[in-house]
Design a protein around this ligand. Structure first.
Ligand code: ATP
Ligand code: MG
Length: 581
């Protein structure tokens, strides 16, 4: 490809809406172009990298015997209705109507349709196991599209589905996928971790995520020295032992004027009610946080969460556990509608399905039977001390919504947790019989009995991978692609107007192509300065830059490694061999 003809305009400035390096660089270097929020066009450079990611994914899926198909993105409503997801996906699905007024949607994921396809064509255990995949465009009306193609509203996913008769079969299919994913992400070349995950709107049981380790990622994960790794959403709290109720002091309400916050309360307790053993701490208090849950059908339902006062509610953990509902603030109008809730002094007395408010009340797992708390007395300026869980109040259950902190113990006893951030690149699920049951996918087993098929579902963010690689593969000057993903093998620059130099570069262009190398040839005429050519080459990020210039008279060209910056002069006659090796 000649730069003089190439459909490319590099930009000097970062796009105004870009925060993360991959977004800035992919736009500036001319890989993608924004059409609308979360919706991007792929330009020739970007499309070439995308195709290389697809190739890796395809090769590794084919290698585990998965077979490629392609579904439409435009889908009818009914199967989604049967599985319950037409409602559950709420505002995240793009919904359209056809000319007859039928409801249709743009597929956000395809479990239902793969299930129906297999049901359509297969009927015996002899046909299984089966694994099908597609690389296809998905649509999700994300609440917060972000970081260019990292979180789009239209994006490309590899999704695959496994079908087995028995649980052991599902386990084997899941492991095969897991290994394929390891190979895919090894080849993509970024640092990643495999973590336990929650299954969210997908349902089902065992699931793991592959996260690219990156400061700019939206996911937080934890790791322990003993090898525990989980998305923070999936971390379970180490529950203290419950305490016998006998002999615990009686609860007593006390005046605590002007203590609507945990800090002000702890300070007041230490002044007015000092403990003998140690000072009061925020962890001795039970804080009750109210939120509104927006159900997929639009209803708003209040939820109260009781947690130790030294921890905040983690929005992502909460969301993961109340999905498919979305979390919204409990606002002034909501308080006005529940006069029994005294802001700043809300206690378990006003909460729970048996209480006057009837508000569902879930507590942190640390609120075990026999634990003693200082908490709101539901009266302005008053708290109750020695309120004992299981004796003085009960909740409607527990919820894992409190933040996880560095140093918290791993649930499997493998040591203190450390926290880091990542980008979700892949997600594998053992769905089990959920969708097969709903859509009646059954086959005859070895004994001629009809049994429900068990399924797995597996996704890779293909377009997201282009951005995730770019998050790693860049420096101050631009992108630095790994060889397997680079849009071209060689970026060839002609440096000078001298006829012999130009002719030499033209010849090198032909020779390199003849050797099977994919070459981007910056043949732009002299009015484009050498400085601009070098800047563009660094921005675009092809791993090897060849410059035909001054040294050509002595039979030399310069070969530069984009990643290390290392330069060396190579004999023109040896160039092809040098580059091939
Ligand atoms: P996230 O938590 O990032 O929203 P998800 O859990 O909803 O992702 P899955 O349904 O598991 O995503 O989809 C499989 C893969 O598709 C993800 O692991 C991710 O790599 C990719 N993906 C999901 N949503 C997007 C998006 N909006 N833009 C780009 N890639 C996406
Ligand atoms: Mg996921």
């Amino acid at each position: 490809m000649r730069m003089s003809r190439f459909f490319l305009r590099t930009l000097r400035d970062d796009p105004a809406d870009a925060e993360v390096p991959s977004h800035k660089l992919l736009v500036r270097a001319g890989y993608v172009r924004r059409v609308a929020p979360g919706i991007y066009s792929w330009l020739p450079l970007g499309l070439k990298v995308l195709a290389k990611v697809e190739k890796i994914v395809r090769e590794e899926m084919d290698a585990i015997g998965s077979q490629e198909v392609r579904f439409p993105a435009l889908l009818p409503r009914e199967p989604y209705e049967v599985s319950g997801r037409w409602t559950d996906y709420g505002p995240n699905v793009f919904r359209v109507k056809d000319r007859k007024g039928n409801d249709m949607m743009l597929g956000p994921t395809h479990e239902e349709f793969f299930t129906l396809l297999v049901k359509d064509l297969y009927s015996s255990y002899k046909d299984l196991p089966l694994s099908l995949y597609q690389i296809q465009t998905k649509y999700r009306d994300e609440a917060r599209p972000r970081a260019g193609i990292l979180r789009g509203r239209e994006f490309i996913m590899k999704d695959s589905y496994s079908f087995d008769v028995h649980d052991e079969g599902l386990e084997a299919s899941y492991q095969a996928h897991r290994e394929a994913y390891v190979r895919i992400f090894d080849r993509l070349g970024f640092e990643y971790v495999i973590v336990r995950a929650t299954s969210g709107a997908m349902g089902g049981s065992a699931s793991e995520e592959f996260l690219a380790v990156a400061e700019t990622g939206e996911d937080t994960f934890v790791r322990s020295p003993g090898g525990y790794a989980a998305n923070v959403e999936a971390v379970t709290t180490v529950v203290p032992d419950s305490i016998p109720l006998d002999g615990l002091p009686a609860a007593h309400p006390e005046q605590t004027p002007g203590t609507p916050t945990i800090d002000s309360l702890v300070a007041h307790l230490n002044e007015a009610f000092p403990r003998d053993d140690r000072p009061w701490e925020a962890a001795d208090t039970l804080k009750n946080v109210l939120v509104m849950l927006r159900q997929p059908d639009g209803d708003r339902v209040p939820l109260a969460i009781g947690l130790p006062g030294n921890r905040e509610v983690d929005a992502k953990r909460l969301e993961a556990h109340v999905a498919p509902a979305a979390v919204e603030p409990f606002d002034e109008a909501d308080f006005a509608a529940h006069p029994a809730l005294v802001k700043g002094y809300i206690g378990p007395g006003a909460l729970g399905s048996e209480s006057v408010t009837g508000i569902r009340y879930l507590t942190d797992p640390r609120v075990v039977e026999g634990s003693r708390w200082v908490t709101g007395a539901d009266v302005q300026g008053s708290h109750v001390l020695d309120l004992v869980a299981g004796r003085d109040f009960v909740s409607d259950g527990t919820i894992e919504a409190a933040e996880v902190r560095a140093g918290d113990p791993a649930p499997d006893g493998s040591g203190p947790l450390e926290l880091a951030r990542g980008i979700e690149m892949g997600h594998i699920f053992q769905l089990g019989r959920l969708y097969a049951e709903a859509l009646d996918l059954k086959v005859l087993d070895e004994n001629g009995k009809l049994v429900t098929v068990t399924m797995g579902s597996y996704g890779v963010g293909v377009s997201r991978a282009v951005a995730a690689v770019a998050e790693y593969a860049h420096d101050d000057a631009g992108l630095v692609w790994p060889r397997e993903l680079a849009p071209f093998d060689i970026h060839l620059i002609v440096a000078g107007k001298d006829e012999a130099v130009v002719a030499g570069a033209e010849q090198a262009y032909l020779d390199l192509q003849a050797a099977g190398l994919d070459v981007l040839f910056d043949d732009r005429p002299g009015k484009v300065s050498l400085g601009v050519k070098f800047k563009d080459a660094e921005l675009i990020g092809v791993p090897t830059i060849v410059v035909v210039g001054k040294g050509f008279a002595d039979g030399l060209v310069e070969v530069k490694d984009r990643a290390t910056g290392e330069k060396r002069d190579v004999e023109v006659t040896a160039l092809v061999d040098h580059l091939r090796s």
